[in-house]
Design a protein around this ligand. Structure first.
Ligand code: SF4
Length: 412
């Protein structure tokens, strides 16, 4: 039986040493990282490949190396920091539009509690709460097709006050807008205007008929002309295809959106679009992570945020989302609730990231927690220390300390 001869490698030039960050990645992923480190997007064909091929698993980029590659790009532009955003719905319901994913749409049968635009005092009080829970940015959301002149005056006053009193960065989501209105908000100190593309141009008529994709693009252009930063993202899981998701990523790159919230459809009974699905299949945690990687690799310098649906769709994989994403929403999505703020801050820290606190007057307790100075021990919500540790094995002093911690964990 003949032996296979050993390959003769003596004639080949030695491979150039790889930078440590991309050593071990496939050529394709290494090229993604190289582009991202230089601030360049990956191209359309590669963007689509990030999302995988459901029919050909052998051609799908493995998830963990993909997360590693996207994480390298994220660290180049944002280090390990995570920005925490708190969202306040300042007006609810009674919208004449028919966005199928929205509980405030006229077509929705969701049992929501409509309320008028909140007063300045209410909005300021909620901004104070956001500050205390570690927010980097305070996001205010108005329902409706677009703001009236009176709405603009009201929100401009609130923006001035939030910035003066708490030093929070501000973001406003207020529907369709022209340049004159955007300028009044900018003059009041608005930092960012949010208006999501939501889905691709192709899929847009499937989710809304009362305004068009182009109306949305025009609003974003008007906001850009006023000098505010753009926050624009998508909702994944509205029945679109993987091609549609890749398409939105490219469109957002074309708009140079500074901030990209990635929402995963929260199923609200009564909405027109209430069952999360992509290309006829389920919206899995893996696909959610791939979408976040896609957004990072196509928009390397953008703030990529894990927004609505984080807990329900990513579930036990939430911490992995912080490889590609560098910001998240905490405590209180539109019409739904996020996880407890402290549990989210703990997850950020446990993932090896730092919490980016803006301004100087944060509560001492939060500052200590963010810096890891809290003893670093916590039980899952609801668990009691004494249920899982035999007290006779512990010193009295340790036991007293654990009892206090156990009570605090149970009380949360
Ligand atoms: S315009 Fe805004 S508030 Fe109105 S239905 Fe659409 S998403 Fe909902």
């Amino acid at each position: 039986m003949s032996q296979t001869p050993a390959a003769d490698t003596s004639a080949r030039p030695p491979s150039p040493p790889q930078p440590p960050s991309i050593a071990g990645l496939s050529n394709r992923l290494a090229s993604f990282v190289e582009a991202g480190l230089a601030g360049r997007s990956i191209d359309a064909a590669h963007a689509r490949a990030v999302l995988g091929s459901p029919g050909s698993p052998q051609e799908t980029i493995p998830l963990l190396p993909l997360l590693h590659a996207a994480g390298e790009v994220r660290r180049r532009w944002f280090g390990r920091s995570v920005r925490v955003h708190v969202l306040n719905n300042v007006q609810n319901g009674a919208c004449p539009e028919d966005c199928g994913y929205c509980g405030q749409a006229r077509t929705s049968k969701a049992p929501i509690q409509p309320y008028k635009l909140k007063t300045k005092e209410e909005i300021i009080a909620e901004a104070e709460g956001a500050k205390k829970s570690g927010a980097f940015r305070y996001c205010m959301v108005l329902s409706g097709r677009g703001p009236s002149d009176a709405d603009i005056d009201h929100m401009a006053e609130c923006i001035r006050e939030v910035k003066r009193r708490f030093g929070l960065r501000t973001c406003l989501s207020a529907g369709l807008l022209d340049e004159a209105k955007a300028q009044r908000l900018r003059d009041a100190g608005l930092d960012r205007f949010n208006h999501n593309l939501n889905t691709s141009r192709r899929w847009y008529p499937q989710i809304c008929t009362t305004h068009t994709y182009d109306d949305r693009v025009e609003t974003l252009k008007a906001a850009r002309a006023s000098g505010v930063e753009l926050c624009s993202g998508l909702i994944v899981g509205m029945g679109e295809s993987l091609d549609d998701i890749a398409d939105v990523a490219q469109s957002l790159a074309g708009l140079e959106a500074e901030s990209i919230p990635v929402n995963f459809l929260v199923p609200i009974p009564g909405n027109e679009v209430a069952s999360p699905s992509v290309e006829g299949g389920p919206l899995t945690p893996e696909l959610c992570l791939r979408v976040l990687c896609l957004m990072r690799l196509v928009n390397p310098k953008a703030e990529v945020r894990v927004a609505a649906g984080r807990e329900g769709h990513l579930r036990s994989m939430q911490a992995l989302a912080l490889a590609p994403a560098n910001s998240l929403f905490v405590d209180g999505y539109l019409l739904t609730r996020g996880s407890d703020a402290l549990a989210t801050l703990r997850m950020i820290r446990d993932a090896g990231c730092t919490i980016e606190l803006e301004g100087a007057d944060w509560p001492e307790e939060l500052r200590r927690f963010a810096s890891g100075d809290d003893g670093g021990y916590a039980l899952p919500d609801g668990a009691r220390e004494l249920d899982v540790i035999k007290p006779e094995r512990l010193s009295e002093r340790k036991l007293a300390k654990l009892s206090v911690n156990g009570k605090a964990a149970a009380d949360r």
